[in-house]
Design a protein around this ligand. Structure first.
Ligand code: BTN
Length: 268
């Protein structure tokens, strides 16, 4: 395979071989075009797909983001990945898996490109002040226990984002930040290997280091922020996230407030 082919196409066989004994190697579902990798995987999960099943696609026609937004998913340039987990954790512990996905993506991007993305609570990856990627975490709960979790990652890699319609925030890509195209096969393998390492720690109950690392990479803490929620805007200084993944801010009256979900922006 030439370098050109490696740069231009996702190669499931190469990914599988490089993953070796990983839990993600046996069940890689690849599609050229799919509505949404997460929607497809949800269907497979409901029909009993094994933990570690992953769905990857070159292009999505109905990519989904948080809060019902669309995720722009042009072909042959980015990563659109969903992975299936069946962890023995409580529903209120699932946020740590979103954190792990963010850290694994940062590790992978760093390893192949040298770029050091930051995290914007709750699920965004940023580079150079623009959105590089996002994570969509969905779970199924049965009898108050987690039946399965689907982590969907959209990462802008070799794309040259312009002023596409429907994009509501400044957007970037690894290519735009570094000036170089990279192999998405190599990047995906790095992300999955790193993810599996963190996931093992989560299952072993060692999450303190994951929180520390996540906090180190957060672009919000100590900064004045505005949080848009369904009940309106809140202002304050971002302090930390709590163990359930909620954002804790200090409001203008010096009172701590805990925010479960919303859209945050840093105020300068
Ligand atoms: C966000 O920033 O709102 C999250 C975006 C998540 C997009 C990914 S792309 C792969 C997976 N399939 C989807 O339909 N969505 C996620």
């Amino acid at each position: 395979m030439t370098d050109d082919k490696n740069l231009s196409s996702l190669q499931p066989d190469i990914i599988r071989n490089k993953l070796g004994q990983s839990i993600f190697a046996p069940n890689i579902v690849f599609h050229e075009t799919v509505d949404s990798t997460s929607t497809l995987l949800k269907d497979l999960a409901a029909r009993g797909a094994a933990e570690g099943t992953i769905v990857i696609a070159e292009e999505q026609t109905g990519g989904r983001g948080r809060m019902g937004r669309a995720w722009l998913s042009p072909g042959h340039s980015n990563l659109y990945l969903s992975l299936l987990l069946r962890p023995s954790v409580r529903p209120d512990q699932v946020f740590v898996l979103t954190m792990v996905m963010a850290l694994a993506t940062i590790d992978g991007v760093g390893a192949v490109s040298g770029l050091g993305p930051m995290i914007k609570w709750p699920n965004d990856l940023y580079a150079g002040g623009r959105k590089l990627g996002g994570i969509l975490t969905e779970l199924s709960v049965k009898d108050r226990a987690v039946e399965y979790v689907i982590l969907g990652l959209g990462l802008n890699v070799n794309w040259n984002p312009g002023e596409e319609r429907g994009v509501i925030y400044p957007t970037t890509s690894v290519l735009k930040e570094t000036g170089h195209k990279i192999s998405r096969n190599g990047l995906l393998v790095e992300i999955l290997i790193s993810f599996e390492d963190y996931y093992g720690r989560v299952l072993a109950g060692s999450i303190a280091e994951i929180y520390d690392k996540w906090n180190e990479r957060s672009m919000l803490f100590g900064k004045p922020v505005e949080i848009k929620t369904t009940d309106g805007s809140l202002f304050g200084r971002a302090l930390r996230i709590d163990r359930k993944g909620a954002l804790v801010i200090e409001d203008d009256n010096g009172k701590e407030r805990t925010i479960l979900s919303g859209d945050v922006s840093v105020k300068f």
